[in-house]
Structure formats: structure tokens, C-alpha cells
Design a protein around this ligand. Structure first.
Ligand code: SF4
Length: 370
């Protein structure tokens, strides 16, 4: 598997973490890096893409997906293990709301795993769907941190949880040979080739992402795919048809747990960051309306047309495959699917069922979600 990003050249470590598992791993995978131990890492450091900061995180590692009451939320839990991403997608939300410029990974892994274990034990009858990759890419730094090996092994032992690792890289080498017990879903964000070439220039090629997905499927991992953001541009139907065809040629639909769809949306504060950092980007060229959550979205007819186009093609390949919309309301669901999630027990219950059916998880985790 070819690497995407340059290995960190300098690693700043907060005092107390220098003998931990993460730093030991980094020392062996980055033998030429300059390691420095600091009492405290300043959050005012200047941006350097080759610096990695290992910090002692004192907040909560598990957070609920930031859904709003206006739209159907998937009931996902986010495992917060690091911050920032150097892939620099033009539409990335992180540009708008993170003050922290450098790549950071939390080095207090024992506290992280203790918190997850406590959460899973406190709600033993619930199926917990947990994903990394909200504040960084799940596998961006994995060749050096080896974090996926710890995560996958941990989740393999949990009776009531599945982990989703979502990435735009092909950094899957560490997933090979693990006893994952199908509790980890390997997931990729995909887009039309035109959008990948224009808006995701530093992410892995679509070919590399699909090759990595095929490798994970060979190693027995369930797969998932996310088309988010779907971007409207003049030949969007051709572009999204091409990537869907390539995906469905590459992966056995029966191994796919779910596919999510989400049209491009953004907080108004993202606009200035996109214009300043990505002057050639076309993502802001569409016409937008402000949604109930304050985000700018395409008009509903455009959203319905894009979703319906995708759903129809996916359904042809596998009528039973779980496809869901990210942050959309009942009317859009009904127009696209002919039902709204409440009729199927709610979106979290739909995703729980898909996870159970396609990962083979067969514990006593109930259908209930809070
Ligand atoms: S890969 Fe994800 S986290 Fe990284 S820049 Fe792109 S959108 Fe942001």
C-alpha cells in the first residue's frame, strides 16, 4: 500500500506520555524524526504539516454525532482520538471551526479505552455504533501510530459494539491479519472523479481507495461507503454514475453494511476559508438556501434529484442494501425512499439492523437506542 502523506518530521510529546504505547510505536516507525518532550504543547503553535503533536487529552473521548432536532440523525457515537487533517479537502468543515493548526493525536490511550469500556458496560443492551474520523481522517496517521491495531483488537472483544473506520486514504496495511471478528467496518468516502480531482487533491485516488477496500474485503472486513458531500456540477450524473459503477464492480454489495448520502452543506462561516484557501474550488458555485440548522444547502429539488439518482442505481445492485441520508428531514426521505425513518423504528434502529445483519453481530444487544 503506498503512503499518501509525508511521515511527520518532528514529534512534540507532552510530558508524561513519553513512555506510553503510542510514543513507543512512533519512535519505532519514525526513526529519523526529531522527538521533543514538552511540559505543555501550546495551542497557538504555527502550522507545520510535518509536525505531529502527542497530547494528553482531558475531555471526553466519546461524543454523540452532532445531529439536530430538525433532521434525522444516525445516532452514531464519535470516538475523538485526534484533531486536524493534512489532506486539505476544499469543503472540509475543520477549516471553519478548529483553532488548532497542527496534527494532534491523543496519547493517553489507556484513558480512552477505559472510557469506551465503561460506556459499553453501562448500556449493555444497546448496540453501540462508534466511528472515528469526525475531527481527522481515521487512518491518516495509522502507518506510524498503529492505532487501528489497538482499536480493532479492542472492538473484536466487545459484544455490543461495532467500530467504523472512515477514510480517504489507502492506509490499511495495519488491518491485515487482525482477528477483527467483523466488529470493525472499513469505510471510505467517495466522490465523483471530477470532484476528487478538483476538491480532494491530496486524498488517495479513487482507484487507490477502491483497491484498499478490496483488500479489506479479502481480509474479511465488512465495508461501508459515504458519498458526502455530493456536489452538484454540470455533469454530476455522469460522474456519480461512474464512481458508483466502479464501486459496485469492486465490492460485493453483500459485504457493504451501509452507504450514506449527503449533499454538500456548510456553515456560512466556512465560505471565507474556502475562498481564501481554495480559490480554484467550485463547491460554492451552486445556489444555496439556509436550512433549519443554519447550514447552507442546495434547494430541495436538487437534493431530491441527486439522492434519487444515487438510490436508484444502488438499489439495482442490491435492493436490500441499507442506504441512508445524512441530516435530512422527513419530507426528503419520503420523496426519495417512499417512507420516512420513523416508519421503520427510526434511523438509529435501521442502522442497528443493518449492522447486525451484515456484520453477523449476534449478541443480546437490543434494538433500543436512547
Ligand atoms: S479527509 Fe476529511 S478530515 Fe481530511 S481534509 Fe478531507 S474532509 Fe477534512
Amino acid at each position: 500500500m503506498d503512503g499518501l502523506v509525508k511521515p511527520p518530521r518532528k514529534v512534540l510529546v507532552e510530558a508524561g506520555l513519553e513512555d506510553g504505547e503510542l510514543v513507543r510505536c512512533l519512535r519505532s516507525t519514525l526513526p529519523r524524526a526529531d522527538f521533543r518532550v514538552l511540559e505543555k504543547i501550546s495551542d497557538r503553535s504555527s502550522f507545520d504539516p510535518e509536525v505531529l503533536e502527542v497530547v494528553d487529552f482531558r475531555g471526553r473521548f466519546l461524543k454523540s454525532c452532532p445531529g439536530t432536532r430538525h433532521y434525522h440523525c444516525c445516532g452514531y457515537q464519535i470516538l475523538h482520538f485526534g484533531i486536524q487533517c493534512t489532506l486539505g479537502c476544499s469543503y472540509c468543515i475543520l477549516q471553519a471551526y478548529l483553532n488548532q493548526p497542527n496534527l494532534q493525536i491523543f496519547g493517553n490511550w489507556e484513558a480512552l479505552f477505559t472510557e469506551i469500556e465503561e460506556k459499553l458496560r453501562a448500556q449493555p443492551s444497546r448496540l453501540h455504533r462508534i466511528g472515528t474520523g469526525e475531527f481527522t481522517d481515521s487512518l491518516l496517521l495509522d502507518p506510524w501510530t498503529g492505532f487501528s491495531r489497538r482499536l480493532v483488537s479492542f472492538f473484536a472483544r466487545q459484544p455490543n459494539a461495532v467500530l467504523e473506520l472512515k477514510t480517504k486514504t489507502n492506509h490499511v496495511g495495519n488491518l491485515r491479519g487482525l482477528d477483527h471478528r467483523r466488529r470493525t467496518i472499513a469505510a471510505w468516502s467517495l466522490n465523483a472523479p471530477y470532484i476528487r480531482g478538483r476538491e480532494e487533491t491530496a486524498a488517495a485516488s479513487l482507484r487507490a481507495r477502491l483497491e484498499a477496500a478490496r483488500a479489506c474485503a479479502r481480509w474479511g472486513y465488512p465495508l461501508a461507503f459515504h458519498f458526502d458531500p455530493l456536489v452538484e456540477y454540470p455533469r454530476w450524473k455522469d460522474g456519480y454514475a461512474r464512481i458508483l459503477d466502479r464501486l459496485l464492480d469492486s465490492a460485493d454489495p453483500g459485504q457493504i453494511v451501509w452507504i450514506s448520502l449527503g449533499c454538500f452543506r456548510f456553515m456560512p462561516s466556512l465560505r471565507s476559508a474556502v475562498l481564501a484557501r481554495h480559490p480554484r474550488s467550485g463547491v460554492l458555485l451552486g445556489e444555496f438556501v439556509r436550512g433549519l440548522d443554519g447550514k447552507m444547502r442546495y434547494f430541495r429539488d436538487i437534493r431530491v434529484e441527486m439522492y434519487s439518482f444515487m438510490v436508484e442505481r444502488i438499489r439495482k445492485a442490491d435492493p436490500g442494501l441499507c442506504v441512508y441520508l445524512c441530516m435530512e428531514g422527513e419530507d426528503i426521505w419520503r420523496e426519495v425512499f417512499g417512507f420516512q425513518p420513523g416508519e421503520k423504528g427510526g434511523l438509529p434502529a435501521m442502522l442497528d439492523r443493518a449492522a447486525r445483519e451484515r456484520t453477523g453481530i449476534e449478541d443480546g444487544a437490543s434494538q433500543k437506542n436512547p
